[in-house]
Write a protein that binds this ligand. Sequence first.
Ligand SMILES: [Zn+2]
Length: 150
Amino acid sequence: MSKAQDLEKNWYSILGATPSDDLQELKQRYQKLVLMFHPDKQKPGLSEEEAGLCLQRFMDVDQAWKILSNQESKREFDLHLRAHELKQSWPVDACVMLEDMNWDSENKSYSYSCRCGGDFLLEKEDAQDGEDAVVCCDTCSLSIEVKRAT
Ligand SMILES: [Zn+2]
């Protein structure tokens, strides 16, 4: 998954899974891999390097399952992954200053018109977290990067 290159670790790819897999599928993948890489299950005569790699995989698989089997940490990771994928793979159409967006006091959000006629919407809370944000059009696949004045 080249999209996720910059993630520290993509727990889904470690399990050979995708974010749409349900818990049961994740569990099956985990159980299969954890047996495959378990230090006690390795053939005798592995080189130190091979054994080290297996151990690393084993720990990754174990960690992936810990994160993805827990509803809360899974949700957190899903958000993280999604934010990351937006940055990586969505065409960024433009950089927009937050100040140039229209404040919609009714919806408590900033909006900006896309050239397709749709809107980019940025929730107030998201605008306040102090980081540049990538916002998707609500109609097409374009996104904009929202910058704030420094
Ligand atoms: Zn659009």
